[in-house]
Design a binder for this molecule. Sequence first.
Ligand code: NI
Length: 201
Amino acid sequence: MVQRCIGITFDDGPGPYTDQLLQTLAAHNVRATFFMVGTQVQRFPEVAKDVASAGMQIGNHSWNHDDLTTLGASGAAADITQANDLIEQTTGVRPELMRPPYGSTNSSIVNAVGMPEILWSVDPEDWKYRDSDYVANYVSAHAERGDIVLMHDIHQTTVNAVPRILDNLQAQGYTLVAVDTLLGTSLPAGKYSQQPSADQR
Ligand code: NI
């Protein structure tokens, strides 16, 4: 039987609500991907370690959430390397995936950074809708097989919505996974926003 998987991702942390989120994920037996910002890892190093200890996948979401296209290709590569170095120093894990802030990237950045860039296919705009009911309903209604869901663990409203999202999607028979489980490991550099086979859903 082919599993119907959905990728679950959290950006912009770690932050004050991340540990609460880890408890929710553990209670639902879900491994997700956390795209961390370097300056947030500086502020919350213990939380970053908690994410790693929980077995979550850790990705890179830049040093300080700058639009990488404003830094130039070599500046973007340096920015991502700086964040990779700190994340590895702090958690013991060097990210193998990155997500450009705002989804803003181009082919010269992809080439210069040399990492898979993971975008998304379901976006509840939880930074705008600080409303747990809205976020829970949006994701539950829109996520389908092969999608990658974008959320932010720096918002309490989002973290409070996640138990309902996991309940709803698991009740629909979906297996909720980290990006490496959805897309495979050792991805070539390039842009990805969902599972390639998602057109079979
Ligand atoms: Ni972000």
